[in-house]
Design a protein around this ligand. Structure first.
Ligand SMILES: [Zn+2]
Length: 90
């Protein structure tokens, strides 16, 4: 019996385990060994925001989304992690 691991536990692994975990945070998901993670979206009373996958600051608000970001925020498609300028330069 596998207990579903949380999003946070899976991120701590550092790479995807390939076991088709419900909370897989990797991109493309369920791909053993990938380190890339999915973009993080949050919702605040109906207004969405795209967060930096490293430091969690808001990169963009829902009204500025591109069509792709809009679909990804609704879970229709997968999008790879996005980073703010500071984290991107690291
Ligand atoms: Zn950042």
């Amino acid at each position: 019996m596998h207990k579903p691991r949380t999003h946070k536990m899976l991120l701590e692994l550092g790479t995807c385990c390939g076991n088709v975990c419900t909370n897989c945070p990797y991109y493309p998901k369920y791909t053993k060994g990938v380190r890339m993670t999915k973009a993080i979206f949050k919702f605040n009373s109906g207004v969405g925001a795209l967060l930096c996958s490293s430091c969690s600051i808001i990169i963009k608000e829902g009204k500025e989304y591109t069509p792709v970001e809009h679909e990804a925020s609704m879970g229709l498609i997968e999008m790879q992690a996005q980073y703010c300028k500071e984290c991107e330069e690291k």
